[in-house]
Ligand binder design. Sequence first.
Ligand SMILES: NC(=O)c1ccc[n+]([C@@H]2O[C@H](COP(=O)([O-])OP(=O)(O)OC[C@H]3O[C@@H](n4cnc5c(N)ncnc54)[C@H](O)[C@@H]3O)[C@@H](O)[C@H]2O)c1
Length: 247
Amino acid sequence: MSTSLEGRKAVVTGAAQGIGKAIAKALAEAGAKVVISDINGEGAKAAAADIGHGAVGVTCDSTKVDQVNKMLEDAAENGAIDILVNNASIVPYIAWDDVDMEHWQKIIDTNLTSVFIASRKATDMMRAADRKGTVLNIASNAFYAGTPNMSAYVAAKGGVVGFTRALATEVGKYGIRVNAVTPGLIDSDGVKGSPHAESFGFVEMLQAMPGKGQPEDIAKVVAFLVSDDAGWMTGQCVNVDAGMIRL
Ligand SMILES: NC(=O)c1ccc[n+]([C@@H]2O[C@H](COP(=O)([O-])OP(=O)(O)OC[C@H]3O[C@@H](n4cnc5c(N)ncnc54)[C@H](O)[C@@H]3O)[C@@H](O)[C@H]2O)c1
């Protein structure tokens, strides 16, 4: 077993709160040097202080190429990062009748194009440094379920699943692994303050196991997937939702 991430450099986007923060904490506790990147810079710094283990919080809008490239270069410290977790996302709740071009574009930019932007730079840097790194994308089981009131989100997450498979194919020859996790409904900071929180009872009925998913339930699986223990896994989407979707 080699679940230790000692000596690895990791970036987790959108990690000021919620699932991203739990992932950053799990990776830091496993020994990785973690950069917490978030459009909410104050939140990122507070999360880093809370997590400790040398974690650093930085302000970065994942939809902006220049900001992402600089953030990744700073995190690499003249080399390359070993682990990129693309987690930053907006989790909207919007009726189909209200979905307009502006909403669609914002969700596609934030939840799908951001994954391309960071993956482009990170895998280029890994290749240049001859680093067998890994990219882990946070998608959603909403892609499988076609969850209501989230049409642009579901489309974006489907794109993330497809991109995960395609990028794994492109960079596998360099020893770079690319996987995704599809969480079910999770009691994150974002969900707690949204109409999604009212769905827990219904979702629990669909789950094979009872209970309310927690950010740590996702973080533990991510920590495994970015470790050498998952060294023979790439191009996979691991569903983590107490068996709501049985693939
Ligand atoms: N919570 C759930 O039920 C659930 C279910 C399935 C998938 N997911 C996915 O898990 C991930 C985390 O979700 P969460 O519930 O913890 O969300 P959250 O709303 O609690 O946190 C999202 C974080 O992303 C940051 N962010 C938003 N836009 C950004 C941008 N442009 N650049 C950088 N940071 C940005 C926010 O500031 C925030 O800190 C997302 O990818 C989400 O789609 C969540």
